[in-house]
Design a protein. Structure first.
Length: 126
């Protein structure tokens, strides 16, 4: 069974590009373009990985709180944060609840490597 990845970002072009990059490698992908849709998706479904960047549209403290809430709701699903700012990347690297940090801009090789490492840590769904 394909590993299930949720991609959450405000940029619809990036959502499409990431989906197109991951699907040929055997991943099942769903995208969310906002906070409410992301929260709903993590509350109602189990994910093998969540790629997340919803930080750019809110003040840092508010955005960090939202990431913490998604971590709580994700039920142990690993989360890779894809921050744009160096401040957010530093915060993410210090956050033990996150599986990793994939700072933007990143290349296809970095994306595939980090996604592969994160989903390999998860047991296969029955």
């Amino acid at each position: 069974m394909a590993k299930r990845i949720l991609i959450a970002d405000f940029d619809p072009v990036l959502l499409d590009v990431l989906s197109l990059a991951l699907i040929p490698h055997g991943y099942s992908v769903q995208t969310c373009a906002g906070v409410e849709a992301t929260i709903s998706a993590v509350q109602t479904q189990r994910w093998d990985l969540i790629l997340l960047d919803l930080i750019g549209r809110a003040p840092h403290e508010e955005a960090y709180g939202m990431v913490e809430r998604i971590c709580e709701l994700a039920g142990g699903s690993p989360i890779l944060l894809m921050p744009t700012s160096a401040i957010a990347a530093e915060w993410a690297q210090a956050n033990p609840r996150l599986a990793g940090v994939l700072p933007k801009p990143f290349g296809l090789e970095d994306l595939l490597r980090q996604v592969g490492e994160a989903v390999d840590l998860q047991p296969q769904a029955a």
